[in-house]
Design a protein. Sequence first.
Length: 151
Amino acid sequence: MIAILSLLLAVLAVCIVLMLKSRQGTQVECSGQIHSVFGDNQTLPEFRGIYTLNLEKQQGFLSINGSFRMPDATYTVQRVTRVMTAYSGNQQGVIELKPVSEHVLTGDNLPEELYRRYIFSPVSVITVNKTLPWSWLIRNLYSPVLVCTAD
């Protein structure tokens, strides 16, 4: 009887370890509104829009929709980017995003160089902190906090 109980406990422990390993990495599924002003005077560009994130263990999607305003022009941004995700082993909640493919929707007229410079660079590092079961605080080097909530 003790041998059977020990075997069941060992199987349960293995199952728990495998389940925790398969869930390693922050999983984020949310969207949030953002207003980014890229500088401290009125001649620099700004972006107003919605970021939608669906990040899993090793990959995910980032959808960016909004309006990018320069002093002399206003552009529409409508892009969906498939990303590879890498989680930092030494800092919890630090995620590196690398674009794998990008789909530019027909309404998007923002020049590529402005998109890469101001909105989503080829390699982005964000920090993700879960605040509630349905809400995350997301930061990167160049922005304030984005409050991102589940739909």
